[in-house]
Design a protein around this ligand. Structure first.
Ligand code: PHE
Length: 430
């Protein structure tokens, strides 16, 4: 059985009240699945290293050193090595990778329906200013997405973009008026089969001039909203075939009206994108006060999990040939054949939390130790004693996508998690 759990775009109001399965607030965009297939295959050789040791990465020809991104002496910096090592990966620029295949399929749709009028950008640096990421797209000063708990900060003015909307304003200022921006985005979050701190989005943006809407006799905002919906319904059909879909009204700081598109897939409604008519304030910043525009942002992992039947979001990062060899350039409809489902190993950890404790911080510690060997982190017990002290018990599910884990290895990981939790999180282990 495949289960889709509800999730939402970062900035929609709906996501602010969305609770994850363990009762914590979540602001993420990624997809959700559970797998059904159990296959066995020969065990590959054990790999000892959890992360490649990286000292510099290349992003679109620019070399970024570890010290540029991971700053142990800056109290605002919250970028761990595990995230730095993802910076140059560029899954969306690989034609034989599911993320790249989907990007290209969306490009094809726009090329054929809009006579190649949309510019395509997929190598903009994910390192952006807080102005680009938030202010330029009118994210309020007190919006939760600005917190250190939700966003990776390099320093107080610089972040790893948490959405591709971070590029809207700068591109408008440079004179671009129809574009598709694809890139890796970064969000601190809890851990399960559908949430990963790095994922990929595509932003679409289209500016209209009075001559576009005058002829229709329609109000410009209505004109843009109708055009947007028509465009995206066509895109969904291009990717999914004839599917049932519905529009849901929502809220984003940068669009009004704002919508989400949901498609009916495997007996559930699945949100695939956020979009809307661009706030006039954003256009005004670039001297486009006489225009209207629409924008959308879609999550590529979520589309890929559906289209290719990929059960766990960690698989996108796998270099195991049993994964990578299943996909070919331009092959959109291929269904992924799970090559294995190795046994999970469960470990519990309990501690008295402090005021500053957050689940995202805890998950980051676990991910920092176990990397992609952690499948899920679940709060399984939570109580407050008479003295007012609150205890949390988390169950950590360790499971490799590629091999069986040994007891020794898991015990070692768990003991490192305990040490690191104690050292970093200001909690008292029980
Ligand atoms: N940036 C939004 C998100 O990540 C998606 C979006 C893009 C919504 C453009 C509207 C317009 O949640």
């Amino acid at each position: 059985m495949t289960i889709f759990s509800v999730q939402s775009t970062l900035f929609s109001r709906a996501s602010i009240v969305l609770l994850s399965s363990n009762g914590f607030k979540r602001f993420s965009f990624a997809s959700s699945f559970s797998s059904n297939a159990v296959y066995s295959s020969p065990l590959p050789k054990m790999k000892k290293r959890r992360y490649p040791i990286v000292s510099a990465v290349d992003i679109g020809g620019v070399t970024i050193a570890r010290n540029d991104v991971v700053k142990d002496d800056d109290p605002t910096n919250n970028v761990p090595d595990s995230i730095f090592s993802k910076l140059g990966m560029q899954l969306h620029r690989r034609d034989k990778h599911p993320i790249g295949i989907i990007k290209n399929a969306i490009y094809d749709y726009f090329d054929s329906n809009y006579a190649k009028k949309f510019e395509k950008l997929d190598d903009l640096s994910p390192i952006v200013s807080t102005k680009q990421n938030f202010d330029d797209v009118l994210v309020p000063a007190d919006h939760v997405s600005r917190s250190l708990n939700d966003t990776y900060y390099i320093d107080s003015q610089t972040v790893l973009r948490c959405h591709t909307s971070a590029h809207q304003a700068e591109l408008l200022r440079k004179g671009h008026s129809r574009f598709l921006v694809t890139g890796d985005v970064y969000r601190r979050d809890s851990i399960d089969a559908t949430h990963y701190p790095v994922f990929h989005q595509m932003e679409g943006f289209c500016v209209f001039s009075p001559e576009d809407w005058n002829e229709s006799g329609k109000d410009p905002t209505l004109y843009a909203a109708e055009d947007l919906k028509k465009c995206l319904e066509g895109l969904a059909r291009h990717l999914f075939g004839s599917v049932e879909m519905r529009w849901v009204d929502t809220y984003f700081p940068f669009t009004d009206p704002s919508f989400e598109l949901e498609i009916y897939f495997k007996e559930d409604w699945l949100e695939v994108l956020g979009c809307g008519v661009t706030e006039q304030g954003i256009l005004k910043q670039s001297g486009l006060e006489n225009n209207v525009a629409w924008a959308f942002g879609l999550g590529l992992e979520r589309l890929a999990m559906v289209l290719f039947d990929i059960p766990d979001i960690r698989l996108f990062w796998s270099s195991d040939e049993r994964f990578t060899s299943q996909f070919g350039k331009g092959e959109l409809g291929v269904k992924f054949k799970p090559f294995s489902k190795y046994p999970p190993c469960y470990k519990d950890i309990s501690f008295w939390i402090s005021e500053s404790f957050t689940e995202n911080n805890f998950c980051e510690v676990v991910r920092g130790i176990a990397g992609d060997l952690v499948e899920e982190v679940k709060l399984i017990d939570n109580f407050t004693n008479k003295k007012g002290m609150t205890s949390h018990c988390y169950r950590i599910v360790f499971r490799s996508m590629e091999r069986s884990l040994t007891d020794e290895e898991v015990n070692d990981l768990q003991s490192k998690v305990r040490d690191e939790v104690k050292r970093k999180l200001n909690v008292e282990l029980r």
